[in-house]
Design a protein around this ligand. Structure first.
Ligand code: ADP
Ligand code: MG
Length: 397
């Protein structure tokens, strides 16, 4: 066990994370990489239904620095994070999940080092330092940012720098196969492939991506509602969607996914409740994503109809909203300069996004936070962001 780390208050940067590395490991790191968190503009509960999503990278990022070390006996990963009290020291060979934060780094590092062993020998250990200002567990994908930044840093260290898509896949495999979270590809793809000033359009069935200019500001509001029921309800929805798809396929055997079903097909299928509502949300939400893409490609902003339409569907058809989130959306759209608002992420608590121009959101946020707090007795957290750059290797020494 290594010494505890002082929890960070500073804003992270290449310098601050390099300093953390030097303080902890007594030398300089060889590479610096960073990757952003993300927020989804529209297309909720769509990734695991084979549809399309439209995230942006947010301005908050995770920085990872790393260096290799010759080791005589066991090869280990030593990792330290400015936002975690506990540093890690875990074997790289036969790596096993420990349930700690460094699993996200280990799940990326182990396959990369295993593959590099033939060329570089198998006595290499890895030292990593991490610094992030993405709040963990708030639905902004701090886990994907950590995995993607680790993938870029470690592959660059090994002399085989990955492109963004390979980094996204390595990160996704770490999260699903090593950490064991059955997530879709959106988070890792958004963190790795996003571009400043653009939203990333991802087809989750084919993994094809393209970018569409997005110049609005997004205010992210964490409702501070605990999501205790989230996992069980989330799994329930996944099962319901699988059932709805298999019933639809009895009539349309070639249907590739639930998202591919037209709203008219869903209505005509006469599915039992609540499968009819779930399927209708997925089908209509997919059409909303396509409309959103069409608008952005034409240089138009997202509309209230699309954003609030998505929220209403999540509330009424997918039944994953909460009164606190509904209140935030209704209150937010009353401010001038706000185009629309909706819950983002899995729901049952978590975050709402408000889309608009930067000055209007700036003045709305103080009132929104104050009124929410006095109404629900909960202290929300707010972050304002533009569509920010995706992951990158910052520096190789
Ligand atoms: P989200 O991805 O929505 O933020 P997750 O539960 O998927 O939430 O991932 C959060 C976990 O990822 C944290 O509990 C921690 O284990 C790990 N993590 C994320 N960022 C960091 C960081 N900067 N340092 C250490 N661990 C981190
Ligand atoms: Mg996550």
């Amino acid at each position: 066990m290594m010494s505890p780390v002082t929890v960070a208050r500073q804003t992270p940067s290449a310098e601050s994370v390099s300093k953390l590395f030097r303080t902890h490991f007594g030398r300089l790191p060889r590479v610096v990489a960073s990757a952003p968190g993300r927020v989804n503009l529209i297309g909720e509960h769509i990734d695991y239904n084979g549809g399309e999503v439209l995230p942006i990278a947010i301005s908050r990022r995770t920085w990872v620095v790393a260096a290799l070390r010759e080791s005589e006996k066991q090869t280990v990963l030593r990792a330290v994070s400015a936002t975690e009290q506990e540093a890690c020291e875990v074997p790289l060979k036969g790596a096993a999940k420990s349930g700690r934060w460094c699993d996200y780094v280990l799940g990326v590092a182990e396959p990369l080092l295993r593959r590099a062993a033939a060329e570089l020998g198998d006595q290499l250990s890895l030292d990593v330092a991490v610094w992030s200002d993405i709040p963990p567990g708030a639905g902004l994908s701090s886990s994907a940012a950590l995995e993607v930044a680790s993938a870029l840093a470690i592959s660059s260290l090994l002399g085989h720098e990955m492109d963004a898509r390979d980094a996204a896949m390595a990160a996704w495999r770490a999260e699903t196969e090593f950490v064991g979270v059955a997530c879709g590809i959106m988070d890792q793809f958004a963190s790795a492939l996003a571009r400043e000033g653009y939203a990333l359009h991802i087809d989750c069935e084919t993994a094809e991506t393209d970018h569409a200019a997005f110049s609005d500001t997004v205010l992210i509001i964490d409702s501070a509602v605990r999501r205790s029921l989230r996992d069980s309800r989330f799994n329930e929805r996944k099962v319901e969607c699988a059932e709805a798809l298999s019933l639809l396929r009895q009539r349309w055997p070639s249907l590739v996914s639930l998202a591919a079903a037209e709203p008219d097909q869903v209505l005509a299928a006469d599915l039992p409740q609540p499968l009819d509502r779930r399927a209708l949300h997925v089908s209509r939400e997919t059409r909303r994503v396509r409309e959103a893409i069409t608008l952005l490609r034409a240089g138009q902003p997202l509309t209230r109809e699309l954003l609030v339409g998505s929220h209403d569907s999540l509330r009424d058809l997918y039944e994953c909203s909460r009164p606190e989130l509904d209140w935030l959306v209704q209150r937010a759209i009353g401010f001038p300069g706000v185009r629309g608002a909706r819950l983002t992420g899995a729901g049952w608590g978590g975050c709402v996004i408000v889309v608009g121009d930067s000055a209007s959101l700036q003045s709305a946020q103080v009132e929104l936070a104050r009124d929410y707090q006095s109404r629900f007795g909960l202290t929300p957290q707010l972050w304002s962001t533009a569509a920010s750059p995706g992951a990158r290797v910052e520096r190789t020494g």
